[in-house]
Design a protein. Structure first.
Length: 115
């Protein structure tokens, strides 16, 4: 199983970014996917989750209404569209999947929201 995140960077408050997570090594369309974020010294926080067919999504209260998770099962990719970004959104963002009772993580992509 391999998860590769991309799309992070530096953005001003109020700006937007779209993160991508390219997955391989498992049957992508059969698994729910999640996005987490983490800052140094803090626990990893669940940001968004999407069901295997994309029909159900869930968000943390801190990002609800600003972030949208989606997936393209033909491309084995999950996305996180982040709008109206705030400095508090600064973190390393990770893609996550449980496959056969093993928890897999990508290497993360850093998002910095600053003027």
């Amino acid at each position: 199983v391999q998860l590769v995140e991309s799309g992070g960077g530096l953005v001003q408050p109020g700006g937007s970014l779209r993160l991508s997570c390219a997955a391989s090594g498992f049957s992508f369309s059969r698994y729910d996917m999640k996005w987490y974020r983490q800052n140094p010294g803090k626990e990893r926080e669940l940001v968004a989750a999407i069901s295997k067919d994309g029909g159900n999504t869930n968000y943390s209260d801190s990002v609800k209404g600003r972030f949208t998770v989606s997936r393209d099962n033909t491309k084995n990719t999950v996305y996180l569209q982040m709008n109206n970004l705030e400095p508090e959104d600064t973190a390393v963002y990770y893609c996550n999947v449980w496959v056969r009772a093993i928890n897999y993580w990508g290497q993360g992509t850093r998002v910095t929201v600053s003027s």
